[in-house]
Each structure stands twice: as C-alpha cells, then as structure tokens.
Design a protein around this ligand. Sequence first.
Ligand SMILES: *[C@@H]1O[C@H](CO)[C@@H](O)[C@H](O)[C@H]1NC(C)=O
Ligand SMILES: *[C@@H]1O[C@H](CO)[C@@H](O)[C@H](O)[C@H]1NC(C)=O
Ligand SMILES: *[C@@H]1O[C@H](CO)[C@@H](O)[C@H](O)[C@H]1NC(C)=O
Ligand SMILES: *[C@@H]1O[C@H](CO)[C@@H](O)[C@H](O)[C@H]1NC(C)=O
Ligand SMILES: *[C@@H]1O[C@H](CO)[C@@H](O)[C@H](O)[C@H]1NC(C)=O
Length: 579
Amino acid sequence: MAGKSSKAVLLATILQGAFAVIDPWGRCGGAQCTGTFTPISASAYIDSLNPGWNLGNTLDAIQNEGDWNNPPVVPSTFDSILASGFKSIRLPVTWAYHFTSDSPTWDVDPAWLQRVSDVVDQVTSRGLKALVNVHHDSWTWADVTLANANITQIEEQFYRLWFQIGTKLACKGSSVAFEPINEPPGTTEAHGKEQNRLNGIFLQAINDAGGFNPQRVVTLVGSGEDAVKTSQWFEPPDAKFKNPWGVQFHYYSPYDFIFSAWGKTTWGSAADKAALEADFAAIRGNFTDVPLLLGEWDASNTNTETAGRWRYFDFLLRTAAKYNIPTIIWDNGLDHFDRAAGKWRDETVLKILQSAVKGDVNALPDSTTDTAATSQFSSAFVWNKVGESVKAVSVPYLFNGLTLSSITDTKTSKALVKGTDYSVEGSNVTFSSSFLSTVYTSNATGTLATLSLKFSGGAPLVVQIAQWAPPKLGATSSALPATSADLLIPITWAGQNRPAAVRAIKSDGGILIEDWTQYLGPLQQGRMTYENQWNWDQGNVILKAAVLDAVRAAGKTTAFTFEFYPRVEGNVANYTITV
Ligand SMILES: *[C@@H]1O[C@H](CO)[C@@H](O)[C@H](O)[C@H]1NC(C)=O
Ligand SMILES: *[C@@H]1O[C@H](CO)[C@@H](O)[C@H](O)[C@H]1NC(C)=O
Ligand SMILES: *[C@@H]1O[C@H](CO)[C@@H](O)[C@H](O)[C@H]1NC(C)=O
Ligand SMILES: *[C@@H]1O[C@H](CO)[C@@H](O)[C@H](O)[C@H]1NC(C)=O
Ligand SMILES: *[C@@H]1O[C@H](CO)[C@@H](O)[C@H](O)[C@H]1NC(C)=O
C-alpha cells in the first residue's frame, strides 16, 4: 500500500486526465476474474431490462438500509418481482453514510460493499438484471451546485467511491450494469459540463478497478437525469473508454397530476397525451443513435386518482415503446408492491403494465378531463351518496376496439347477468338499479363491492361500487397558533380515506397560495399541493406548517375546503384558521 502523499499525487494525475493504466492504489484494482463474462451491446442490454422495477427507499435510505419506510430487503421480494413479469431491478444505493475515512482515500465500509454485492447476487441469481448506482449522494457531498462545493474534492471522492464499487463488483457478469449518479443537481450549462466530467471520472474509476468492468454496460446521465437538461448539455464520453453505454433519464410529468398539485386529479385528455408524447419525441430526437433508458417514472397509488393513473400507465408505456425506450418503474415501497404482504396494492396497474409492455391493447375507464368541469366522474367507481335512492348508473369506457366479455363480483365470484344486472350501450356500461340495490343495502360508506371486468383482450379492470357521505372533521376552526407546526385535524372518513384536493381562500376572497391558479378551471382554482402543503394519515387531514406560515404572512383569516372523491358538490369538509 502506497503512502498517503503518493496516493494524492497519483490521484491528482488521474483527475488531470493523464489516466493511469494500472491500479494506483495497490488494492484489488485490476481485479483478475475467474468467472466468465458474456459481452453485450448497450442496446441489447437496455432492451433486456424492460420492464424493470426500482428497489426504492431501501439501500438508498438515509442513513442506512431500513431507516426509511422499508425494512432491509429480503430475497423473496425479488421472487415476487420476477413472478410479476419484471426483467430487471434498479438498485439505488446511498453511500454517503458509509465512508470510514475522508480525503484522499475515502474508504467505504467493507461491510456495506459486501451488502450491496450480496443484494446484486440475490437479483442476478434469479435471472434478473441489476443496475447499481450512487443515489442520494447527489443531495450531499456530490452536489456540484452548492455555493461552497469543492469540485476537486467531489471529483476525488467520486473517483475513489467508484473505484471501490468497481473493485467489489469487478467480477460480476454482464447482467450487472452501473449508473454513475442519481439525478445530479444542475441548473446551468457549467453544471451540465461538470456532470459530463463526472461521467468520465466514473468510467476511469471502474476501468482502473479492472475485472470485467471495461466491458460492462453503463447508463450515463445528464443534469437532474432530466430529459430536457440531458438533451441540452450531455456529451458522449471519451472514445478511449470501451464500455457499451446508453443514457438514462427520469420522467415525472405532468407535475400537477403526478404530485397532486393544484387540484389536477385526472389525466388522459388529448392535450395530456400530446404533451407526454412531445417530451418522449424530444429526447429521442436528441439521441437518435443512443440507447435510452427511462430509469424512473411513476404515478403512485397513494395519491393519484385511479382511472387517471390507469390511463397514464397505459399511455406512458406505449409511448416509451414507440420511441424504443425501456422503462423501470419507481416504487418507494408504498407506491405499488407491498413487500410485507407480497402483493401489488393495485393489481390493475400491474396488469395494465404487463399488457402494455407486450404491446397488447387495453380497455380503460374513462373519466372527466374537461378543464371547465365543475364536477368529476371516474369510471373506476360507481358512487352513491348515503341516503339517496339507488338509480341505474352508466360508466363510460374506452374500449379501444375490445369488447366486454364478463363482469364478476370478486368477493362472491358470481358473474353478473348481462341484460339484467348490467347492459352495454356504445361505450357505456350501465349497472341496473336492481343490481346496485343488492349492493347498497346500508348506509355504510367506502367500497361495498369490487367487480372485475374482463375484455376480449388486454388487462382486466375493476369497478368499485362505493358509497359516500361528506366526512366530518373533529373541529371546524382554530386560531392561528403563535408558531407554525403541521396542523392535524381529526377526521371521520366516509368514502375514500384520502382527500382529493384542498382549497385555501382568504377572507378577502383571494387565493392563499399560488394566486395564478385563479386561471385554472373550477376544480383547480386555489387548490394547494399534496405533501408540500397538505397530507393525511389514518385519522387526520394535515395542513403543513408552510400553510400556517402563509396564513401568518397574509394576516387574513383563511377558509380551507377539504375535497374528497367523488369530486361532486357537497363532498367537502370546511375548516377555518382565524387571525
Ligand atoms: C478542495 O479539495 C482538495 C482535494 O481534497 C483540497 O486539496 C483543497 O484544499 C480543497 N480546497 C478548499 C478550498 O478547501
Ligand atoms: C432536443 O431537446 C430539446 C429540449 O427538450 C427540444 O427542444 C428539441 O426539440 C429536441 N430536439 C429534437 C431534434 O427533437
Ligand atoms: C341512512 O341514512 C338516512 C339519512 O341519510 C337515514 O334516514 C336512515 O335511517 C339511515 N338508514 C340506516 C339503515 O341507518
Ligand atoms: C353514456 O352515459 C352518459 C352518462 O354517464 C350519458 O350522458 C351518455 O348519453 C351515455 N351514452 C350512451 C351511448 O348511452
Ligand atoms: C364549505 O364552504 C363553502 C364556501 O367556501 C360552502 O359553499 C359550502 O357549502 C361549505 N360546505 C360545508 C359542507 O360546510
């Protein structure tokens, strides 16, 4: 092992671009592997990932595996993901809290390297591909946008980290690929250029580490892993690196639907589809001859409306396929696959995904997309208001050339009788009042029956026969507290146990937050953003501290309207904060 100062000199040499061809550290760089490595092109590799699944909020948790919402990963999770039809696992890994020394060696805890190596083996031994990265380090030491960022030190640490990861994983087969860093912050061309440099340093480090790494596929990234910034600033790596490479980007758009902002609780209009397609066409247009990978995308079960989510899944996956872009869905452990139960929270999204990836057409539920609408319907539900007489209900579908073959009650397995229990006219499925009366037998709220609809092809869909009443809050007002903290307001749910949107209007009639939303439609004006401004738990709706700060800044009593599904008149609960 060379002394510290000579290491520093060697490292400086490396970073200046006079790249060493031998391992400068005298450790296990230049690893000699005994196994075999079957070389694969970047395009063949990236195609083979489709569809993929992200092991989110796990090895990337801050500070350790298990510290966030997921317990440490168990191999049976990968069995379930494989059985669900996925071909690859992206393994986000945060290294920031596993360094055992600082400059210039930046040693990584060998136990953490071993843990990552073991999880990689759990993935690949099942025949799944594994994509390993450096994840939330981009929020901490590797953030090149911070005013006090020491770029030399970031490059040094980045090289040392990837040299050690590269050494540990040097002899893994060609089913393992690397991604230099997750969503590296960047707002300027200079940041974009620095990311290009970091891509080169990453390639140098894994090549120096040796083994099979010089032949390993890598998915390089641009600033933010954002399609637009990557298109603007990404430059191919130095041709001296022989690694097969593609470009990875992430897509969470449109922001308002994916993150439940400004009352946008549906997706699927012609304009929505055109915007998504334009984004995919633009990145493909910038990378006509480069394999592209969509390494993260999502419309979470937690907060998106069901019918909108199903249409989003279907259209995004078909559009990605059209532009030859394999996809890896983000799953933070709460979004989709329930790891504890070993089940998908919404089986329908999985079936839509499986069918769309195969290129099979899906029938889909229709819902309101008109921005001028004053109420909303979603054909993933049939709703009745408690106390109202039961009437026949028509729900429209987008059959997409398929025909409805059967409807079954998932609990009793009884088939509904066409002509008696339901009928099909044009694209409407109409449930008869006589059938619905067998479901609405009490004033119970929430989902009372779940029906499975099968079609002549594609994914089956479900319709929840549900009942609602306006939920009641434990209090209707409070005085603005002296200091802001999240305000938890107890709620007795009475339908779906989550709000759809939250509106905030000041006593002078003005909008509390984001005044510009006045230009949106009636279901969007004055509505705030999920997580940043509102949330909920089992027993409460929550106004975030930032909202109380806004009330304080405005100095005005503010009326909050919590709106629920279905978004129809009266399905709200009001709360006032007085100043
Ligand atoms: C930046 O990092 C390098 C490498 O660790 C170090 O030599 C240098 O002193 C640092 N510069 C500042 C201003 O801290
Ligand atoms: C490249 O990407 C930019 C930014 O998204 C876009 O404006 C441009 O149209 C794209 N170019 C092509 C040829 O698609
Ligand atoms: C259901 O609610 C209505 C009022 O909405 C009430 O008149 C009726 O008695 C309730 N029925 C039952 C079975 O509780
Ligand atoms: C479908 O149902 C809607 C109400 O949901 C109704 O307005 C429309 O006329 C129906 N169309 C057909 C063809 O029955
Ligand atoms: C809630 O407040 C709005 C006015 O902001 C009012 O129109 C509505 O009737 C109220 N609803 C309930 C259930 O109190």
